[in-house]
Write a protein of this length. Structure first.
Length: 131
């Protein structure tokens, strides 16, 4: 048969489904699934010249922090141009803006870290103008 269950909001977790056959047999476990929830990364409004500002959403951060990188859109794909580590005491963070004249498309990306229950997450892409 079929069944469905709604899971509540939480960080990443392992899920097992147990079922008990008729006739009093012991419970049997199906495969264990791993649910990976992406970390929320926000790119705060950019006001022109100056650094990029961002925020990392989620629960408690591990003591060594969570790596976050800034990426620049190129013809070949996304290129990392700056990075930082968001530690437990930080609410937000700043990264340098890309250099060079013209309009650039940038985004922030959080990476997986030991002790951080969330998977990789990305912010929205934003167009910024440099002088």
């Amino acid at each position: 048969g079929r069944f469905s269950v709604r899971l509540g909001r939480s960080s990443s977790e392992r899920i097992s489904v147990l079922w008990r056959p008729a006739g009093g047999w012991p419970a049997v476990s199906s495969r264990t699934l791993t649910r990976r929830v992406r970390a929320g990364v926000g790119l705060l409004p950019y006001g022109g010249a100056g650094p990029l500002r961002g925020v990392l959403h989620g629960g408690r951060r591990p003591w060594l922090g969570v790596p976050v990188v800034a990426e620049l859109r190129t013809r070949a794909g996304w290129l990392v141009f700056a990075g930082t580590r968001v530690t437990p005491g930080m609410r937000g963070f700043t990264l340098p803006a890309p250099r060079g004249p013209g309009v650039s498309v940038v985004r922030l990306r959080s990476l997986a870290a030991p002790g951080w229950p969330y998977g990789q997450g990305t912010s929205r892409a934003a167009r910024i103008r440099s002088r």
